[in-house]
Design a protein around this ligand. Structure first.
Ligand code: DLL
Length: 434
């Protein structure tokens, strides 16, 4: 059986994909110009008319959109269809500020289902399987997004939603879940909880996991794969563009294929806004090609990542994006130095330390301080205080050389950092800067 859900488009030639993108972009720009006042104003200001957009080569002429635009037009100012055509709303609050609201027509929901189904099939899931959905159901796109994909594929979804870990484990055993979808931090917690409860995960039918909605490392992937005895796949997306499924990982596990028939990805230098070459880091910007209710053009995600056009051994021809490597707005400025949580995560990964960590930023007098608390793991540490302080010194040295500023490193006991049922909170900033 083929491991593609829609093989014609998933393995189309670059020329075919780009031709389709060009045709769809021309139509999408014309529609937003006619239907959404903010686009007409912005394009008029920039002196660009819909006729100037003849294909993807003209994309750069179009103005950007940002989360601020969504807030300024809250709640429905950027919708491109009358409310009677809107079948569903979702919302996201993000880390700062007022929530934003997005809408979907029936057709948008079908397309969303298709792109999530591509992920499910890439993860080896078939109609015969039962997908345990432990992402939150509700305004968050995770739960209902995966459910939409399961419905399109025709497999069985188990809409458990998030929380109540003991119940999750019971359902997983009793209902015989074949795959699970949740945040990677929650998957780690489920693995730990299963071990504590004496559940032998190798005896369960569970074999695949679909994890996203927050950054996670290869180290976490290994832990999850081991503790739940599955293969773990990364899925990327954001509320503004669709929800889960904007990009999906295949069995190669080397980057996520962007669903380019529905979205154009650009990687831009955050300052010059010019595209950077393959493999170079920049801000990820998306343009929706087929969205009816809520079409965003050149939306600046603030996620930092790279793309590659290199051929993938899976046969899919969509470009692959890297895991997001941090966010422009997650950047901490500590004593004037830019620090990304992902840099700290990389150090922990290289030193084979636990991926359960927390970054605490504080201000003592006028001086900012940063402390990285990381859990001890049974295999890495002995109990002697001298060993622990040696490891702490080693970690502090590495952090200093990578970050360029001194950071305190503290090992804390296993299991002491709060686990989350949704997205993990890695940074605690006690400086009250806003
Ligand atoms: O998190 C949608 C989603 C749900 C994706 C379930 C995957 C699975 P938001 O709440 O709007 O939407 O958050 C979007 O989360 O801009 C990234 O910063 C981050 N993010 C999403 N997926 C990944 C991932 C959903 N695979 C924001 N790796 C995005 C790293 C991710 N970060």
């Amino acid at each position: 059986m083929s491991n593609y859900y829609q093989p014609d488009i998933e393995t189309a030639s670059r020329e075919e994909i780009e031709k389709l993108q060009s045709e769809r972009l021309v139509k999408a720009v014309k529609r937003v110009y006619e239907k959404v006042p903010i686009y007409r104003e912005r394009m008029d200001e920039a002196g660009v008319k819909p006729e100037d957009i003849k294909g993807i080569e003209d994309l750069y002429k179009l103005p950007f959109t940002s989360k601020q635009d969504l807030r300024d037009t809250y709640p429905y100012g950027m919708f491109a269809v009358p409310m009677e055509e809107v079948a569903r709303l979702h919302a996201s609050s993000g880390t700062t500020g007022k929530q934003i609201v997005v809408g979907y027509t029936q057709n948008d929901l079908d397309i969303w289902g298709d792109i999530v189904a591509r992920q499910l099939v890439a993860a080896g899931i078939t109609k015969k399987d039962k997908v345990h959905v432990a992402y939150g159901y509700g305004l968050f796109t995770g739960g209902l997004g995966i459910a939409e994909g399961s419905r399109r594929l025709g497999c069985t979804s188990i809409p458990v939603s998030s929380g109540n870990t003991a119940r999750q484990l019971t359902i997983m055993q009793d209902f015989l879940s074949d795959a699970i979808a949740c945040t990677p931090s929650y998957a780690m917690y489920l693995g730990e909880s299963a071990a504590k409860a004496g559940i032998d995960t190798s005896k369960l039918p569970l074999r695949a996991g679909i994890f996203g909605a927050e950054p996670w490392t290869e180290e976490m992937r290994k832990e999850i794969e081991k503790s739940l005895n599955i293969k773990a796949y990364d899925i990327y997306g954001l509320t503004e563009i669709m929800g889960p499924g904007v990009a999906y990982e295949c069995s190669e596990q080397r980057g996520m294929h962007v669903n380019e028939d529905h979205f154009i990805i650009e990687i831009l230098d955050p300052e010059t806004h010019k595209p950077v070459p393959d493999g170079e880091k920049g801000e990820i910007v998306f343009t929706c090609l087929t969205k009816e209710a809520f079409p965003l053009i050149r939306f600046r995600t603030k996620d930092i990542g790279t793309v590659t056009h290199e051929k993938c051994a899976c046969g899919r021809t969509f470009v692959r994006m890297s895991k997001p490597m941090g966010r422009i707005d997650d950047m901490l400025i500590i004593r004037g130095v830019n620090v990304f949580p992902s840099q700290i995560e990389t150090v922990l990964l290289q030193m084979n330390l636990s991926p359960n960590y927390q970054i605490i930023v504080d201000r003592k007098g006028v001086l900012d301080t940063i402390e990285v608390q990381v859990e001890m793991t049974e295999d890495t540490f002995s109990d002697t205080i001298s060993d622990i302080s040696r490891y702490e010194r080693e970690l502090a040295d590495r952090l200093k050389s990578v970050l360029g500023i001194a950071a305190k490193a503290t090992f804390v006991s296993a299991g002491s950092i709060a686990r989350s049922e949704g997205k993990a909170k890695r940074v605690i900033d006690r400086r009250n800067l806003v």
